[in-house]
Design a protein around this ligand. Structure first.
Ligand SMILES: *Cc1c(COP(=O)(O)O)cnc(C)c1O
Length: 290
């Protein structure tokens, strides 16, 4: 038995250890759906509105019908209330096309414990492998149906990349485009520091726009950093003063090794962790639009 929380969008608190989905749910048989992952801390979910905005964008890209945002907000509140304020949790918002045989979309909110590997990554950083993604930075514009900027439930290749990296002793992956540009991690945004400038690849390059990276940019801009979007090469990672994998639950994981090469501890290490912390606590006070 787990102590996980499950709330469906009809605002019922359910037994998280009991089955929920039908065997013909299109997320199960096709990966046809979208999701969000949020950090729960101090009895509240963080950056709710940016996550809901992106959920709306992802759902639109898949032409997926979606419940009203107030329905999601209420389900999130109910789930957090069940989880309590004692410890951090990892929340998922899941929206699928529903059953193949018809009916409503499937939608639910879960909260579970933050995984041990995440606590390790926050504390010790991560070793990463650069891996070929196999497509060009132009694909997103020329083939919008590829859903490159959407957080879809079709993450089998992302998970396969992580397993492949693990067989070679690495904790995480940085995807590289066919022309050799840095893209993103399978579940995080790559941010590098060059002196007091933070750089990340532009979302137009087929990257998921990260809510944590965006929140970091908002906060860092007012605190003496220049924050820019730019094409990056793997060599830029090596020569940077710091490289981080940024995401909602892990927040900032410092990259300490790339393809076996040890990166020196960045002088900005503590500052970036503090900025991301501040960013996720303060971001997203404005309501998302449906
Ligand atoms: C979720 C995710 C991120 C990080 O997004 P956050 O909003 O910061 O959590 C980045 N890249 C990919 C591919 C992701 O799935």
């Amino acid at each position: 038995m787990s102590d996980a929380v499950l709330v469906t969008l009809d605002h019922e608190v359910r037994d998280a250890d009991a089955p929920l989905l039908y065997a013909d749910d299109l997320a199960v048989v096709r990966g046809d759906g979208v999701f969000e992952t949020l950090l729960v801390r101090g009895g509240r979910a963080l950056k709710v509105e940016p996550h809901l905005s992106r959920l709306v964008m992802s759902a639109r890209a898949l032409a997926l019908p979606m419940q009203g945002l107030d329905e999601w907000r209420l389900a999130i509140d109910l789930a957090v209330e069940q989880w309590g304020s004692e410890r951090e949790g990892a929340m998922r918002l899941v929206l699928t096309r529903g059953r193949e045989s018809g009916g409503d979309p499937t939608a639910f909110v879960t909260i579970g414990a933050v995984a041990g590997r995440i606590l390790d990554a926050r504390r010790d950083g991560v070793s990463v492998l650069t891996l070929a993604r196999g497509y060009s930075v132009d694909l997103s514009a020329s083939a919008p149906w590829q859903l490159l900027g959407s957080k879809t439930l079709s993450y089998a290749t992302n998970m396969a990349a992580l397993r492949y990296a693990a067989t070679l002793g690495a904790d995480d992956v940085i995807f590289v485009s066919s022309e050799g540009n840095v893209l993103e991690g399978p579940r995080s945004t790559v941010v590098i520091a060059r002196d007091k400038t933070l750089l990340t690849p532009p979302p137009e390059h087929g990257i998921l726009p990260g809510t944590t990276q965006q929140a970091l940019y908002e906060v860092a801009t007012g605190r003496g950093f220049r924050c820019e979007y730019a094409a990056l090469r793997p060599a830029d990672l090596i020569t940077a003063e710091g490289v981080w994998m940024i995401s909602s639950v892990t927040m900032a994981a410092r990259v300490r090794k790339i393809d076996g090469l040890v990166l020196p501890e960045p002088p900005l290490a503590d500052e970036i962790v503090k900025l991301v912390d501040l960013a996720v606590e303060t971001a997203g006070s404005e309501s998302a639009e449906a």
